[in-house]
Design a binder for this molecule. Sequence first.
Ligand code: HEM
Length: 247
Amino acid sequence: MSSLLAHRLKDGTKQAHSLAENAGFIRCFLKGAVEKTSYRQLLSDFYFVYTALEEEMVAQQHHPLLSHLYFTELHRKSSLAKDLSYYWGNAWQEVITPSDAAQRYVERIHAVAIADPILLIAHSYTRYLGDLSGGQLLKKLAQRGMNLPPGHGIAFYEFEDIQNPKAFKAKYRQALNHLSLDESAITQIVDEANLAFQLNMALFQDVEGSLIQAIGQMIFNHLTRSRRNNASQWSADLTETTGLQPD
Ligand code: HEM
């Protein structure tokens, strides 16, 4: 029996996807303005989110439906750990904390894992298919925007055990379509995927807050440092803090 879940998810989250693509933080990213402080906060938040998701997927690996979507090659926890050590230093585990939005996201993942584990499908779909799609573009922008040395700080986007993301996505969609689900379950999974997109938007909004804070701090530093009151230093500060090139 085919559920056509892949099609339903794609159609049912179209609007949420275009809202996510247009989130302020993502738009800055697309313009090449990637600021390290907010980027490393986003990665920290992702670490908590993926840890929760992967912990629950591992626990459900023999579930009659979830077992068909159990692909360890998608797991991001250890690649995030690599990046966090690059951005925060060796003691990263002692310094990172989840934002409020990340905390809510994590709580939701654990809550559905207890109440209705098949809703984990929605969380896996939203993050992993996204990482294998737009995520590949974000990798190039992160590299360029933060001037990263080759091979550093982009492990999150690198799926070492997936040689062909397009073919893998086709396989994943096929697995979604072959799940035996009734209409009510499909509707609930699509609703949960929309919630997952909202939880991601909330993460981006929290990170946007820290980007604005970073710009505010830069302006404050600029105003209080008299030796730095010339236009060229201002431009250098702006570029250093935000990645933006003044006109
Ligand atoms: C810069 C922002 C983004 C760009 C440029 C982008 C781009 C894309 C593209 C081109 C696809 C189609 C890939 C294909 O059919 O093979 C796609 C799919 C997808 N994206 Fe994004 N995306 C972005 C942000 C996001 C975000 C923030 C999320 C979720 C948090 C997300 C989740 C997804 C999902 C789940 C799919 C799979 C859709 C499907 O085929 O069912 N994307 N994205």
